[in-house]
Design a protein around this ligand. Structure first.
Ligand SMILES: N[C@@H](CCC(=O)N[C@@H](CS)C(=O)NCC(=O)O)C(=O)O
Length: 270
């Protein structure tokens, strides 16, 4: 569903590219990277997820599920990061030279596991929301799935749910590693495409969690190469608040010390 009808009619009168995004959201990162790689400028509307700005009535009029990112291009509204990056790249750009939709679909499907594991292995180290913040979110955010996710997170995720997410994530990374094992530089072959862009934020995110990328050496090499690109620096690294990265690092070390880190889960023991 690439383009949707905006609930907020004022979006239709916007000119140029407008992006509603969050600094560290992986779905926003892939959109910003595509914009940087396409050399397109955009009006930036930052939504601070940690302040629950996506629960405001105004934002939920822009994105019907209250998620980031959302893009308006000359009055046309797009949600879903994979649809957005396809739209930005258009048909004529070499970025669009993807052989099939498979790697893009896989990146899309990987999102829920990435989210669960991010909350467990990075966000759990941060301060818990106050009872008022919890109540406000449940009252204001209309996305029932997201409401339930917050409840599950506060209660503590079932270890089996975490392990299943780890297993699916590992299967995805193994697939990418096998794809790259013929020596190609990029996921689709010799050219850098949207498939690379779609997966860059995921590998970046799991590195923050100290994911065992030594299991997938070709993927590791791909990432080392790809992370030298200016778009990675400009559209991803520069948007990361340093204090968050420092506290993620400290929390990851703490979990490792306690033997409860991502590597300690049964999936990696079998
Ligand atoms: N399939 C959607 C997923 C969008 C999504 O889940 N966005 C996340 C950030 S990457 C979000 O808005 N999360 C809000 C929250 O967790 O409260 C896409 O690719 O755009």
């Amino acid at each position: 569903m690439p383009e949707i009808e905006p609930k907020d009619p004022s979006l239709k009168s916007l000119n140029g590219l407008h992006l509603w995004h969050a600094p560290m959201s992986s779905c926003s990162q892939r959109v910003r990277i595509t914009l940087a790689e396409s050399d397109k400028s955009f009006s930036s509307h930052v939504i601070h997820l940690e302040k629950d700005e996506h629960a405001s009535p105004e934002y939920q009029k822009i994105h019907p599920k209250g998620l980031v990112p959302a893009l308006v291009d000359d009055g046309k509204l797009f949600i879903e990061s994979i649809d957005i990056i396809r739209h930005i790249a258009g048909h004529d750009s070499p970025l669009s030279n993807v052989r099939s939709q498979k790697l893009l679909d896989m990146a899309d499907e990987a999102q829920l596991d990435l989210k669960l594991l991010t909350f467990e292995f990075l966000f759990r180290g941060g301060p818990a929301p106050s009872p008022e913040e919890v109540e406000d979110f449940q009252k204001n955010h209309k996305n029932e799935w997201l409401q339930q996710f917050r409840v599950d997170f506060a209660k503590g995720f079932d270890p089996e749910r975490i392990n299943d997410a780890i297993a699916r994530t590992d299967a995805g990374f193994q697939y990418l590693d096998a794809t790259l094992s013929d020596g190609r530089a990029f996921l689709e072959g010799d050219e850098f495409t949207l498939s690379d862009i779609a997966w860059m934020p995921n590998v970046h995110r799991f590195k923050l969690m100290d994911w065992p990328f030594e299991r997938t050496p070709d993927l590791q090499k791909w990432f080392e190469n790809i992370s030298k690109r200016e778009s990675y620096q400009e559209a991803l690294l520069k948007w990361q608040p340093e204090p968050a990265i420092t506290s993620f690092g400290a929390y990851t070390l703490k979990r490792r010390g306690e033997g409860t880190d991502i590597r300690s889960f049964p999936h990696f023991k079998s």
